[in-house]
Design a protein around this ligand. Structure first.
Ligand code: SF4
Ligand code: SF4
Length: 178
């Protein structure tokens, strides 16, 4: 099944327009892949995802685990001789994958992202305990990290209660403008 293009715009053009990043400048030197701490969990190195898009293999690019495994640490971008903001491209691809409605290959990562955003929406900042509780509830796996959670609580690394920023309306506006 061929993916429907939006007004004849290619995926390459769309991601370039949305992210403002010209990943076609990639030299495929692999410096990004060599430094990526999460490469082993990816099905394609970051530059290979760019290549898929350049070759018009949109479904493969949007279905790959790489775009979800990327944590946006920027290790790759700081090593890139073309200064390509790789995490922004990955972010654009994740957004596009969600819009397209395809089956996300890493549903747990998507759930985690959603729970992080839920607390930002509610409080204007993250609340780690709530994120973890809600995420684990979704997975029906409340007990597996209990020991770690208790240790973190004991060391005061987790706040029991969330705190809200004063100007929560500004956050509402950001989410509404999305
Ligand atoms: S480091 Fe930059 S130029 Fe080299 S392969 Fe990665 S994205 Fe392309
Ligand atoms: S930003 Fe993503 S692709 Fe780049 S090094 Fe970090 S995890 Fe790897």
């Amino acid at each position: 099944m061929k993916m429907k293009r939006e007004e004849q715009q290619t995926l390459s053009e769309e991601i370039k327009e949305n992210s403002g990043i010209n990943f076609n400048a990639c030299l495929h030197c692999q410096s990004c892949a060599n430094g990526c701490p999460f490469l082993e969990g990816m099905d394609f190195p970051p530059n290979a995802v760019f290549r898929l898009i350049q070759l018009g293999m949109d479904e493969e690019a949007l279905n790959c685990s790489t775009i979800w495994i990327c944590v946006g640490c920027n290790t790759c971008s700081s090593a890139c001789p073309m200064a390509i903001d790789i995490p922004s491209v990955m972010d654009g691809l994740r957004q596009k994958a969600l819009k397209t409605g395809i089956k996300i290959p890493e549903p747990d990562i998507l759930s985690f992202h959603e729970e992080v955003l839920n607390t930002v929406k509610k409080y204007g900042r993250t609340h780690k305990l709530e994120i973890m509780m809600r995420y684990k509830l979704r997975r029906m796996d409340l007990l597996s990290d209990m020991g770690m959670g208790l240790k973190m609580l004991k060391k005061r690394k987790l706040d029991l209660m969330p705190s809200k920023i004063q100007d929560i309306k500004a956050i509402d506006k950001i989410f509404k403008d999305k």
